[in-house]
Design a protein around this ligand. Structure first.
Ligand code: ZN
Length: 491
């Protein structure tokens, strides 16, 4: 698990904004970014080595000074806003050339400030929380958030690259855009929008800090989209993944729990607490649903049913149920079956039998909202293993094609890694990747290399030798497919 890196972010308030309905500046991250691509967020980023060399007036301690310096630098680099005292003397053109000096490396951040007799004042940066990226993420940050009022006569301007766009938004409106499924955001962003939506009041900072997550405590309840709780659980899974995503889909009355996969007691306990929190608000658990048979997806089923005193049925595809010996499956899910939750809002999930990674693999589609739970067929981190005889390459490609043909997909939620915000591009990548491998395998065979072990050495040159044993399984799956298609017969 990566250790969190120090980072700072700025929640920029518009100058002279209406305190009862404040406007903040948010940015949309490029959907090409591996980390939170396509998400709405606040400007910010990792600290730089030179951040600590900047003196900050009125700062309570050196640690805060470094964070303020980093926040101010990121704000300048990402939006061109210079939140430094003395900066009001500079013209827009001067600020642009200063930014160029910084970006090109002609001047460091501390040099630039001293050279132009600018200084940072802690009074301009109100600390409103410190959030730590949960351990499931391949990139983790310990981010300090500061509320900053945009200096007069400066307008933020997104510098294209990591960021796709930016705009002023009324905090309440921004929050509603998440409620209405229009944007994706991480918990600290949503928390900030929600907190600001009730106005810039005298207890604003207190309200910002009122949640334990704002004080560095790990966030467990993550809702990138309303009603879909993303709940990664630590599992003994295949690297680089360290967690398996459990999903809790809920509305006013019912909860569905997908893949409670952790065999570890502390993780099972955390999930039980999450479930209890939802139940305490008047909901009941309708079913535990398994996408497929692998241990990292089913490892916590019995612990959770025990916690729920056995009243909750476990549901899976027949080809999953028949091989699970230690878990009792109470109900079989068939292809195309519709699972509807009682209560509000109405949520309907269509089960799709999508074999390939496993024979009984199921995906679940929320047609109304374009959300697809992809299980291990498509994942946000690492690769999908096709290991015969449970795995089957012909089936897998058919399943990918079927997923590709679904209309209006907006979001893929996989069994591992972060959500995927550009569904069709992702599915296409998967299909292309497999077909390219297959083409190379066929070439190898035609040139006389026939044993899977040898084929791996020729074809999987981009994969570390440690992974060759697994790659061999994939080669066998490809050879089975090629053979079934008659492509291995030499004329
Ligand atoms: Zn799996």
């Amino acid at each position: 698990m990566p250790t969190p890196k120090d980072a700072a972010a700025v929640i920029l308030l518009r100058a002279n904004t209406d305190p009862t309905n404040p406007e903040v500046y948010w940015v949309k991250r490029s959907d090409k970014l591996a980390f939170l691509g396509g998400f709405h967020a606040f400007p910010g980023g990792q600290l730089d080595e030179t951040d600590s060399e900047v003196p900050v007036q009125n700062s309570p301690n050196p640690e805060t000074s470094v964070m303020i310096s980093g926040a101010a630098r990121e704000l300048f680099e990402e939006l061109g806003i210079l939140a430094a005292r003395g900066g009001e003397q500079l013209t827009k053109g001067q600020r642009v050339s200063l930014l160029d000096d910084l970006e090109s490396g002609r001047m460091t951040w501390p040099n630039l400030l001293t050279h132009y007799e600018l200084y940072l004042d802690a009074n301009d940066f109100t600390f409103v929380g410190r959030w730590v990226t949960p351990p499931f993420s391949p990139k983790r940050f310990d981010t300090w958030f500061f509320l900053v009022t945009c200096p007069a006569k400066q307008e933020p301007n997104v510098i294209p690259g990591e960021l796709a766009s930016g705009e002023w938004v009324e905090a309440g409106d921004g929050f509603n855009r998440w409620v209405n499924d229009e944007i994706m955001a991480v918990p600290p962003t949503l928390h900030a929008l929600k907190t600001l939506s009730t106005g810039v009041t005298s207890d604003l900072v207190e309200r910002f800090l009122a949640t334990p997550q704002a004080q560095g405590q790990s966030v467990r309840r993550i809702e990138f989209r309303p009603n879909y709780i993303f709940f990664p659980l630590r599992t003994p899974t295949r690297p680089p993944a360290t967690h398996t995503n459990c999903y809790l889909v809920y509305n006013s009355k019912e909860i569905l729990i997908f893949d409670p996969g952790s065999p570890y007691e502390d993780e099972q306990q955390a999930l039980a607490e999450m479930v209890d929190e939802l139940r305490a608000e008047g909901r009941s658990v309708r079913e535990l649903i398994l996408t497929h048979l692998h241990p990292d997806h089913v490892g916590g089923v019995n612990a959770l049913t025990t916690h729920l005193e056995g009243h909750v049925p476990v549901a899976a595809h027949a080809q999953t149920a028949e091989v699970l010996s230690e878990i009792r499956v109470d109900r079989l899910i068939e292809d195309d079956e519709l699972i509807s939750l009682a209560g509000d809002p109405s949520i309907e999930l269509r089960a799709l039998h999508t074999p390939g990674h496993a024979r009984g693999h199921l995906c679940f589609l929320d047609e109304q909202r374009g959300i697809l739970l992809t299980g291990d067929n498509i994942v946000g981190l690492g690769s999908v293993l096709i290991d015969p005889p449970e795995g089957n390459m012909i089936d897998y490609l058919k399943s990918l094609e079927r997923m590709r043909s679904l209309p209006d997909l907006k979001l893929l939620l996989g069994g591992h890694g972060p959500p995927m915000t550009v569904p069709y591009r992702k599915i296409d990548e998967y299909i292309t990747h497999r077909l390219e491998r297959e083409e190379k395998i066929l070439e190898a065979v035609r040139s006389g290399v026939t044993s899977p072990e040898e084929i791996v050495k020729v074809v999987y040159t981009d994969v570390s030798p440690k992974a060759h044993a697994l790659a061999e399984r994939a080669v066998i799956a490809h050879l089975e497919k090629l053979d079934a298609e008659g492509k291995l017969t030499i004329n």
